[in-house]
Design a protein. Structure first.
Length: 117
């Protein structure tokens, strides 16, 4: 048996392939017509999602202090919930290690109330 096959079998026996992404799922786009530039299209889509996440994170850093300073708690809650929905939407298309930290609306409102009292 060639060395490579032996290494693969040893790794399989050790369970090193058990938690791979997509295990047990059909291969994406297997039934689609072959496109030579498929990898470029996926790369661009992934970059667009990552760019959107970076843009939202930057906007949150800029806007969040102003939102939390608003006197009307209802307005603050609505804005925080909108941020939360946007982050959830963006995170759906990102790899787990690229996801944005979710907005904890209740915690932020509680912390805001403590600071303003």
């Amino acid at each position: 048996m060639p060395w490579v096959e032996r290494v693969i079998r040893d790794a399989e026996a050790a369970g090193e392939f058990d938690d791979l992404v997509g295990t047990g799922k059909p291969i994406d786009d297997l039934d689609r017509h072959y496109e030579p530039a498929w990898w470029a299209r996926r790369f661009i889509e992934r970059q667009r999602r990552n760019d959107a996440a970076v843009d939202v994170a930057a906007r949150l850093r800029r806007e969040l202090p102003h939102v939390l300073a608003d006197r009307d708690e209802g307005t603050v809650r609505k804005r925080l919930e909108a941020y939360e929905e946007e982050i959830v939407s963006i995170n759906r298309g990102l790899a787990s290690n690229d996801r944005l930290e979710p907005v904890d609306v209740e915690k932020m409102l509680t912390d805001r109330a403590r600071r303003h009292s």
